[in-house]
Design a protein around this ligand. Sequence first.
Ligand code: NDP
Length: 315
Amino acid sequence: MSETLNTVILGSGCSGLTAAIYASRANLSPLVLEGHEPGGQLSMTTLVENFPGWPEGIQGPELVDNMRKQAARFGATFKLAHLNKVDLSTRPFKLDTSAGEICTRTLIISSGASARWLGLPSEQALIGHGVSSCATCDGFFFREKEIAVVGGGDSAMEEALFLTRFASKVTLIHRRESFRASKIMLERAMAHQKIELMTNTVIDEVLGVEEKEVKGLKLRNIVNGDVSTLAISGLFLGIGHEPNAKAFAGQIDLDEDGYIRTTNNVFTTKNGVIVPGVYASGDVQDRRYRQAITAAGTGCMAALEVEKFLEEFNH
Ligand code: NDP
């Protein structure tokens, strides 16, 4: 029989790592399952200018690496593994993971959200061949090339601005006239001489499937129906994220878009009733704020609730 842990934290982004710092400082020896994207979304971003405490900003990967070191310093351990299945109806919970079975008294779900795709067959066929959801990972391959970014929020603006370091031209394609992005980010993108904004436009196809590399885009103007082709070498997705909560469908309440519903910030529920010992923090349960600082905040709350739960029930 394997050892029963006090708490397992699913996900190693800003939220999971903050939970790990608090749980380890409470002597709970948390185990962090690092998941498919170790470090979470921060590890794929560049300069973070709004995390309190760094007046000049800090690089996302550095911020998350600091949090990891801080958690490890107090006894958190890490495993590169992901969850296959868990039955949340019987405690202790037995997690079926890619690294074998793990038994735990409590669970903190901080599995975050992953990049959303358009869902076009041509887009899917060309992932890794010019289609990317990570500007910081792949921007380097597009030196002096013309590329496109799709989306109208802050992610799209951030990607477009970052990609100007490499690309000769960045066309930002957005399906509406008005943008969801914050004013400051939109203004920066609009003012950049390498960025061209194309609104009311959708991508019908990514061209280059036969050649196995992106050659262009088939575009459609949704106001006048005009169809056109744009020659580019790379397409970057900046259209938001999907919560990583599918493994819990049917066991805890999710909202219509698949985010975990929580009550009192971090308590999970089933049919509105609290599920004992299971907490959710960060972007997997937050569709409203989605900031590094709020993810860290709920990670802290979840760890404090775990501590309380274990004390109260004398586990
Ligand atoms: P958002 O949900 O804010 O924006 C997604 C964008 O993609 C929208 O413009 C949306 O269009 C568009 N979109 C969604 N699906 C499709 C589709 N199938 N086809 C075409 N377009 C589509 O997500 P973000 O990731 O941009 O931002 C999430 C949060 O993170 C926000 O709160 C943002 O402020 C924050 N953030 C902050 C940053 C910073 O401060 N540096 C950087 C990045 C993110 P439509 O508008 O029509 O719905």
